[in-house]
Design a protein around this ligand. Structure first.
Ligand code: FE2
Length: 530
């Protein structure tokens, strides 16, 4: 069976996923259009992503697909999108028989992506985002075995839209909520309220309609001009606290409504790793899972999973869905990319050891390894790494490569068995979606990845899940005694994460990165003068 999942919402994060499977094994591929058209949060019809997914499993035509599932098809014609803008669909979708195309609700796609990625066999599933295909803002599902059932849903303005509106008021623009979360701790000590946020919590509803203007990202409440850093930080702090309270309310209510002791959190608000950690800490649930593609980047996978399991009745013959399910690049493609650029030396002897030695020598090393990771976080296969040991490394990375706002933290990646030594948490955080405190005695040891409030957006590494990054962390520990690396996405500010070997080499040469470990066994080191 082959099921193609699409997200063709014209607002952001379009993409495609393909599940190819039989009773023995299901295989997955997913990629966002932005990784291929190189436009951040691309809203283009995902034709490049569709082509890449089909190529991955050798699917030559739509006649070879059993089903195509998407969350938005407001127009009858595949040749138009949701806002009746012509799409370049003729290459792929004009061939598609109508009976092979199915639509599902946006939040249901989020729910499928989270639950079937989690490895749980039953759970409550909270979906919290801006708005979905039927204007839904917040939903609760319950999953038992293969059945996913809606408990409640609302279209009342919720925490996702409030967070986006305050982010807009701060001046960060659309889809920049992560910046607000990073700024929030700086506002904790500002002794001056910015907003008077009225809200009403009732079941699935966290009502902010008296605060937000429906259909826009404007606020109804008096908002002073947020000019100073202190005021912007205070605004971020207030909405972050609101987010934590709203998510805790929803989690508690979900527990009361379903009786489940496992929770999946998904939708864009599930990228709020600070709120996620508060839910985990609350002890409401025995286990909490947040899928790495919790934003709309995960919709294609959720749509395909719905088609595969709910429509075609295929068994679930896997545990967790791996995070690294981008398209493959073989040795031939990597060598072709290497030979089409110059300006670097190629080292093939003990490349991994040399890369780790450079990290211990405080150099900036990028990695391009295997298939890309789903979702917005780079988790080692498309990452830039640096030592976390020196406080100035944040500024060095920002001035030489990333050019991000200086208040934004960089994330720690740690060998999983050392988690409790360095962090006030003792459980896996494989997708950088939990933010525990760094232990007080370790903050001066890893200052480049310790945020102003003493926290760190943690990724835990295992040899099985992250063979390359774990090996680098182990070698770094042998050299320095510290099992932690600074891990940030392989891109420059405002660009999508690199996808292909060519993207990686281009970004490496266009920035002041010292070396690029490509394919896990080849180290490119800049020549003098480049
Ligand atoms: Fe969404």
């Amino acid at each position: 069976m082959r099921v193609l999942g699409l997200h063709k919402d014209p607002w952001h994060n379009t993409g495609a996923a393909l599940i190819s499977g039989d009773d023995d094994q299901a295989r997955f591929v997913m990629v966002s259009e932005e990784r291929l058209d190189r436009v951040k949060d691309s809203r283009a019809f995902p034709e490049k992503a569709v082509a890449a997914c089909m190529r991955e499993f050798g699917v030559r035509s739509f006649a070879d697909l059993d089903l195509v599932v998407t969350d938005y098809i407001a127009s009858d014609s595949w040749k138009e999108d949701f806002i009746h803008r012509p799409c370049r669909t003729d290459v792929f979708l004009a061939q598609l028989p109508k009976d092979k195309v199915l639509t599902l609700n946006h939040h249901l796609a989020h729910a499928y992506a989270a639950y079937f990625s989690s490895g749980f066999n039953n759970a409550a599933i909270l979906v919290v985002d801006g708005r979905g295909s039927d204007k839904e803002t917040q939903s609760l599902y319950v999953a038992d075995g293969m059945t996913v059932r809606l408990i409640a849903s609302t279209d009342v303005i919720g925490i996702g839209l409030l967070y986006a509106a305050v982010t807009h008021a701060i001046g960060f623009g659309l889809l920049q909520e992560g910046k607000t979360m990073g700024l929030a701790p700086y506002g904790e000590l500002v002794d001056r309220r910015i907003f008077n946020i009225q809200r009403a919590f009732d079941g699935i509803v966290t009502d902010y309609s008296s605060v937000c203007v429906d259909g826009s990202y404007d606020l109804k409440i008096p908002t002073p001009p947020l000019r100073s850093f202190e005021d912007r930080a205070r605004a971020a702090f207030e909405v972050q606290k609101e987010c934590e309270e709203a998510m805790l309310h929803l989690s508690k209510w979900a527990k009361d409504s379903t009786g489940k002791d496992k929770l999946c959190i998904t939708g864009g608000v599930a990228l709020n790793s600070v709120a996620n950690f508060k839910i985990l800490q609350s002890g409401l649930y025995r286990d909490v899972f947040i899928n790495p593609a919790a934003s709309d980047t995960g919709i294609p996978l959720g749509a395909a999973l719905y088609g595969y399991h709910a429509c075609l009745g295929m068994r679930r013959n896997y545990d967790e869905i791996p995070v690294f399910i981008g398209p493959s690049y073989d040795r031939r493609e990597i060598e072709a990319a290497l030979s089409s650029f110059d300006g670097f030396g190629v080292r093939r002897e003990r490349a991994l050891e040399q890369a780790a030695a450079m990290l211990a020598d405080n150099k900036i090393v990028a990695c391009h390894f295997g298939k890309s990771e789903m979702g917005p976080r780079a988790l080692g296969n498309r990452s830039i790494l640096m030592s976390p040991l020196l406080p100035e490394n944040k500024d060095i990375l920002n001035s030489r490569v990333k050019h991000r706002e200086s208040f934004r933290p960089f994330a720690p990646a740690i060998m999983e068995e050392h988690t409790a030594e360095y962090f006030e948490m003792d459980r896996p955080s494989p997708y950088m979606l939990l933010v525990p405190q760094v232990r007080a005695d370790k903050r001066t040891i890893i200052p480049a990845v310790t945020h102003v409030d003493g926290s760190g957006r943690l990724q835990t590494l295992t040899p099985k899940r992250n063979p390359l990054l774990y090996a680098l962390a182990r070698l770094f520990k042998e050299a320095t005694g510290v099992p932690v690396l600074l891990n940030t996405s392989f891109n420059v500010n405002g660009e999508p994460i690199v996808e292909s070997p060519v993207d990686a080499i281009r970004c490496f040469l266009g920035t002041d990165i010292d070396a690029l470990l490509i394919g896990g066994d080849t180290l490119l080191v800049k020549k003098q003068g480049h």
